[in-house]
Design a protein around this ligand. Structure first.
Ligand SMILES: *[C@@H]1O[C@H](CO)[C@@H](O)[C@H](O)[C@H]1NC(C)=O
Ligand SMILES: *[C@@H]1O[C@H](CO)[C@@H](O)[C@H](O)[C@H]1NC(C)=O
Ligand SMILES: *[C@@H]1O[C@H](CO)[C@@H](O)[C@H](O)[C@H]1NC(C)=O
Ligand SMILES: *[C@@H]1O[C@H](CO)[C@@H](O)[C@H](O)[C@H]1NC(C)=O
Ligand SMILES: *[C@@H]1O[C@H](CO)[C@@H](O)[C@H](O)[C@H]1NC(C)=O
Ligand SMILES: *[C@@H]1O[C@H](CO)[C@@H](O)[C@H](O)[C@H]1NC(C)=O
Ligand SMILES: *[C@@H]1O[C@H](CO)[C@@H](O)[C@H](O)[C@H]1NC(C)=O
Ligand SMILES: *[C@@H]1O[C@H](CO)[C@@H](O)[C@H](O)[C@H]1NC(C)=O
Ligand SMILES: *[C@@H]1O[C@H](CO)[C@@H](O)[C@H](O)[C@H]1NC(C)=O
Ligand SMILES: *[C@@H]1O[C@H](CO)[C@@H](O)[C@H](O)[C@H]1NC(C)=O
Ligand SMILES: *[C@@H]1O[C@H](CO)[C@@H](O)[C@H](O)[C@H]1NC(C)=O
Ligand SMILES: *[C@@H]1O[C@H](CO)[C@@H](O)[C@H](O)[C@H]1NC(C)=O
Length: 708
């Protein structure tokens, strides 16, 4: 078999190379981002990022007549109250400018919104005061004549799709508006906003769009460090002139707001950023600022400056888990070592809250917006379990010699026992909200208990929880019992991964399509990003009654914490994930669901990782390629029982019985898992068909085969 039989990453490269554009980084920022896409291909047509940092609106209309037309060069405002609505066709953010030519005096107003719902003279809300929407910027034109307008830097609008330009005037003036332009401020260190270091493609067009909407959202959330939301909150208007942390680029929670570092959000955003755009610089700076602002007692802030909100045990731990994720994706041990003393204090701070019951007593009560927190809350305890186990891995990766890894694993065991003993509701078959007689079975703790391995993935318990979770589903997504009426794509990002962890593939794909599909196809949405949250009645008013002042326009429509499908589709559906720093160990465990094919790739300092599977009526093929010197665990779905799998390197058949070699794990009898040693560049072809049949592939000198 010649390499050209596998065109998906060989043959297509040249014809799909990114077009060369007049690319540039933000203002005087040093360009340190990637210069080209790692996996160019036909899937690039799904990328929402524009080819240039300077973008023009695509369509225009008026509030009186919303029939959109392609934008011509120049449009006119005639008389008081007239307007032009500019549609950039996707979420954008940055500095707007235009030329005007006035026949007399007047005032030009400029208002912004992400959702079309709030097109008009008042921008959607972002300033955090909850005293009304954001209003507009104004350009005062005193006499007839021409002028240029560029919005002030501090008024930079971080996230919007629609811009309404309107005229206030006492006289019958005409103002011609032309050359409307936006200078994009996000992803400031990248010269080419489309130079993705990862990709995803599958037979399902909706899933492809959702994956790329997550990726683009993360780009809009990687922003210049001096463009944070100003605190104290303004009574009128908005200002994005706050300093958020070190470096040139930093990952924030949302494009429009809050524009601050939120470590909890990073729990979903960072894995998705890694598999898609591959921006870990923004993550490093975001983590560093949390270490820089660690409190004397060892606690981390809940959010970075200038907001600097405090008092969250869960977000404290998300900073620790974020450090683990960052090390996992980059192997940047120097960064972790530089902050290690602070990490240890953070561990003692949080573990010190475990009381005689064996459970953590949550006293830092802020969290993601669930109503009830505090005391022996289940979610916080499940997160502590994950923190202890990820910390143990971190210690191993740092070659710790003082037994920290053992110590932390020894702490995780009794915690697991206590959570199961006090927080599990046997009669219901899922976790309760805390260790009391409550009837509430939350979406967050139950999803995380499966995803974080607190309960055995092959146990009836896991399957019961997964099934119970579906009882929260509505036609447009899962309603969180711990935040009634609300649909949280953040917590649902954990839920889809929980179902995938136990091979409930159809269930996970169903929830992705209902929830993220609902927003992706919503006519009022950005059509390019993932939303922070929404209500089960189909309005965008997430958290209306829980801190957002009943102002549905405050909700962010580009929130990285909702990007879970992006990492899930790569890591569980294609099934390719890293398990050791920078992918020196990795895992490939595909899941098919109702898809015909799926493929994905991502990049680490060690090189490119890529895998593809394709189904047919008689079986399936898996092909993959990982960097030299890496080691992986391959687990392939068995489609016919009773066939003994084998595995070939250079023609030699290796018997890899379930307990052969090291670290061979039997997941559930449906999977075969083999330890796949990969001393050199690997290109394996797998044919599982009804006959014992294997096709030989060839790539470089080393060839691996897996067959049945
Ligand atoms: C609305 O705008 C569209 C597109 O410009 C135009 O074809 C249509 O005639 C307009 N309708 C009215 C009622 O003005
Ligand atoms: C003002 O701009 C218009 C184009 O919008 C142009 O035709 C006109 O010559 C300009 N006038 C002056 C005085 O520059
Ligand atoms: C306003 O000016 C336009 C042309 O500039 C003219 O057609 C229209 O009749 C004027 N309206 C009034 C109320 O003066
Ligand atoms: C940011 O803008 C706000 C509102 O205009 C202003 O009060 C504040 O002083 C500005 N901060 C800085 C650092 O420029
Ligand atoms: C948990 O901490 C709170 C606040 O410090 C305290 O009032 C409560 O008694 C503690 N609960 C338990 C079970 O220790
Ligand atoms: C336990 O959870 C329920 C449901 O969230 C809540 O009403 C109750 O206040 C919680 N009790 C404690 C002690 O945290
Ligand atoms: C840990 O030890 C290994 C083997 O000696 C070495 O290659 C690696 O660089 C060490 N890692 C750190 C973070 O010191
Ligand atoms: C959980 O917290 C509640 C409220 O403080 C307390 O009554 C209960 O005994 C605690 N349960 C355990 C197992 O610690
Ligand atoms: C997980 O559960 C399965 C089936 O109940 C069992 O065979 C296996 O030993 C369990 N694994 C662990 C690590 O407890
Ligand atoms: C949706 O639910 C919210 C919260 O209960 C409520 O405020 C809003 O009026 C509802 N909107 C519609 C259209 O039902
Ligand atoms: C969508 O926009 C229309 C107006 O065009 C509005 O009537 C409707 O309520 C909006 N829907 C949502 C969910 O905001
Ligand atoms: C697997 O790939 C080989 C070579 O491309 C092809 O001949 C075969 O039909 C494929 N089988 C399946 C099940 O897709």
């Amino acid at each position: 078999m010649k390499p050209s039989t596998f065109p998906f990453w060989v043959a297509s490269i040249s014809s799909w190379a990114s077009p060369v554009t007049a690319a540039s980084c933000w203002r005087d920022t040093t360009c340190s981002g990637p210069s080209e896409a790692a996996f160019p291909g036909p899937w690039d047509s799904n990328i929402y990022a524009p080819t240039s940092r300077s973008v023009l609106p695509e369509f225009a209309f008026t509030t009186q007549n919303r029939s959109s037309t392609l934008l011509g060069d120049s449009r006119a405002l005639h008389g008081n109250g007239s307007n032009i609505v500019y549609d950039f066709g996707r979420e954008v953010g940055g500095i707007v400018s235009f030329l005007y030519s006035a026949s007399g005096p007047g005032s030009i107003g400029i208002a912004f919104t992400e959702a079309s719902t709030w097109i008009g003279e008042w921008s959607d809300a972002s300033n955090g005061r909850f005293s009304g929407r954001d209003g507009a910027l104004y350009v005062d034109v005193s006499t007839a004549g021409n002028g240029t307008y560029t919005m002030p830097d501090k008024s930079m609008r971080g996230g919007f799709r629609y811009m309404t330009v309107f005229l206030l005037s006492n006289s019958n003036v005409t103002i011609q508006i032309s050359e409307v332009k936006l200078e994009i401020s996000f992803q400031p260190t990248w010269a080419d906003l489309r130079a993705y270091q990862g990709y995803f493609h599958s037979s399902d067009e909706l899933l492809n769009r959702i994956w790329y909407a997550g990726a683009y959202t993360l780009q809009t959330n990687a922003v210049p460090v001096n463009t944070g939301r100003w605190v104290p909150t303004l009574a009128n208007g908005w200002a994005n002139n706050g300093t958020m942390g070190p470096g040139d680029t930093i990952i924030v929670d949302g494009a429009k707001r809050d524009r601050a570092v939120w470590p909890g959000d990073m729990g979903i955003a960072v894995p998705s950023s890694f598999v898609s755009i591959g921006d870990l610089d923004s993550v490093k700076n975001a983590l560093q600022v949390m270490y820089d602002y660690q409190n004397k007692d060892g606690s981390f802030p809940e959010a970075g400056p200038p907001l600097l909100q405090q008092n969250s045990d869960t977000y404290h731990m998300w900073t620790m888990i974020g450090t683990y994720n960052y090390m996992l994706y980059t192997n940047d041990a120097a960064f972790v070592q530089q902050n290690w003393a602070k990490y240890l204090r953070a561990m003692e701070y949080i573990y010190g809250k475990v009381d005689a019951s064996g459970l953590l007593n949550q006293t830092g009560t802020r969290d993601w917006a669930r109503w009830q927190t505090g005391f022996n809350n289940t979610e916080v305890n499940v997160i502590l379990y994950h923190t202890l186990r990820t910390s143990a891995s971190l210690a191993v990766w740092l070659n710790d010699t003082v037994g920290l890894s053992d110590q932390w694993l020894k702490r995780a065991l009794p915690l697991q026992t206590a959570i199961t003993k006090y927080c599990f509701d046997e009669s219901y078959g899922a976790f309760k909200d805390n260790a009391t007689a409550t009837e509430l079975h939350p979406q967050d703790a139950n999803s995380m208990a499966i995803l974080f391995g607190l309960i055995n993935a092959t146990s009836p318990t896991a399957s019961s929880i997964s099934s119970r979770l579906t009882e929260n589903w509505s036609p447009i997504g899962a309603v969180a019992p711990e935040l009634p009426e609300n649909i949280s794509p953040f917590i649902s990002s954990f839920e889809i991964q929980a179902h995938l962890t136990i091979d409930e593939t159809d269930r996970a794909l169903d929830l992705i399509r209902r929830s993220w599909g609902w927003y992706a196809n919503h006519p009022n949405g950005t059509g390019s990003t993932v939303i922070e949250g929404y209500l089960v009645n189909g309005t965008f008013g997430y958290r209306s009654s829980r801190g957002y002042g009943y102002d549905a326009s405050y909700v962010s429509h580009a929130h990285g914490w909702s990007s879970g499908p992006t990492s899930a589709l790569t890591e569980f559906i294609v099934g390719l994930s890293v398990t050791g720093p920078a992918g020196r160990t990795w895992s490939l465990k595909p899941q098919f669901g109702d898809l015909k094919f799926a493929e994905a790739g991502f990049t680490t300092g060690l090189g490119k990782f890529q895998a593809k599977w394709e189904k047919s009526s008689s079986g399936y093929n898996v092909t993959f390629e990982t960097p030299k010197g890496t080691t992986g665990l391959v687990g392939l779905p068995i489609i016919q029982s009773g066939k003994k799998p084998f595995f070939k390197i250079n023609g030699e058949v290796e018997d890899i019985g379930v307990d052969g070699g090291r670290a061979v794990v039997s997941v559930d009898g449906v999977h075969f898992l083999g330890l796949f040693l990969n001393p050199s560049a690997l290109f394996a072809t797998c044919h599982l068909t009804q006959r014992r049949y294997m096709v030989i592939g060839q790539y470089s000198k080393e060839i691996g085969y897996i067959g049945l």
